[in-house]
Design a protein around this ligand. Structure first.
Ligand SMILES: Nc1ncnc2c1ncn2[C@@H]1O[C@H](COP(=O)(O)OP(=O)(O)OP(=O)(O)O)[C@@H](O)[C@H]1O
Ligand SMILES: [Mg+2]
Length: 252
């Protein structure tokens, strides 16, 4: 991915295995979020290919618009929380299922003719939302405006929202940022249970206790290039990885 003269992600190649947690780590500005923006269709990569293998099909994500990538089974959360702050937690999860609900109405026409499968689809959507509110320990906050929730709860609500679309691949951009150690531990347990439910995860994260604790594989980026790709124990001892982090200055 190039921006003018800057190559933000440079010929990075890796595979995120099905049913695994693959972490993407690297210093600030390494190109991690840009990589997610390419995978999820916010940017169209200048070159290269991104392929989703799901349900026996190969989908070329680099050729699809963002909403089609979502429909193909890729969901994400954002480095900066993006919820509808004035809507309740439950409403945020129902909005996320808008596509499915629209399909159930025959995109409006069935509803007019009174042939709609909408009521059943709406019940399913509410059940799915309640399930993910429960999984993220937010059931008691279902009717509270998202904006009134504490920061950690808003981060969990973003994950619940992504999961309501029933993705094959969930991309998380720094989900542990701003969490206290107890919340980070709960997050690790949540992400493990999502993986164990069969969803594949791509995880950008600076919190090494989370990364080392739950990742099946770790890809390390530095200045837009991949410098390592291995199991956590190998990454921990990799001299190039250590140098990339130590070279970062003392802000972290
Ligand atoms: N839309 C854009 N236009 C121009 N440059 C961009 C754009 N988006 C990202 N960049 C640049 O690409 C590089 C990688 O940025 P990116 O946000 O992907 O880093 P990151 O690894 O997510 O960092 P952090 O850990 O701080 O979130 C940076 O130099 C950034 O300034
Ligand atoms: Mg980033």
């Amino acid at each position: 991915m190039r921006f003018g003269g800057l190559t933000a992600v440079n010929a990075v190649s890796f595979a995120a295995e099905r049913g695994a947690i693959t972490a993407i780590i690297g210093p600030n500005g390494a190109g991690k979020t840009t990589l997610f923006n390419c995978i999820t269709g916010f940017y169209r990569p200048s070159e290269g290919a991104i392929t989703l293998h799901h349900e026996g099909r190969d989908t070329a994500l680099h050729r699809l618009a963002g909403h089609k990538i979502a429909r193909a089974g890729v969901a994400r959360t954002f480095q900066n929380i993006r919820l509808f702050q004035g809507m309740t937690a439950l409403e945020n999860l129902l909005v996320a299922q808008h596509n499915r609900l629209m399909a159930a109405t025959g995109f409006g026409i069935g509803a007019v003719l009174g042939l709609s499968r909408y009521p059943a689809a709406e019940r399913d959507a509410i059940d799915r939302a309640r399930h993910w509110l429960e999984m993220t320990a937010l059931l008691d906050r279902a009717d509270d405006p998202a904006g009134s929730l504490p920061y950690g709860a808003q981060r969990r609500l973003e994950i619940a929202r992504a999961m309501c679309t029933e993705p094959a691949l969930l991309c998380l951009d720094e989900p542990a940022a701003g969490l206290n150690p107890r919340e980070s531990e709960a997050l690790s347990a949540l992400l493990r249970s999502i993986r164990d439910g069969g969803c594949s995860l791509l995880l950008i994260e600076h919190d090494m206790s989370v990364v080392m604790g739950i990742s099946d594989r770790i890809v390390v980026l530095d200045h837009g290039a991949k410098i390592a790709d291995a199991a956590p124990a190998v990454i921990r001892a990799d001299a190039r990885v250590i140098a990339a982090y130590l070279g970062e200055g003392d802000e972290e």
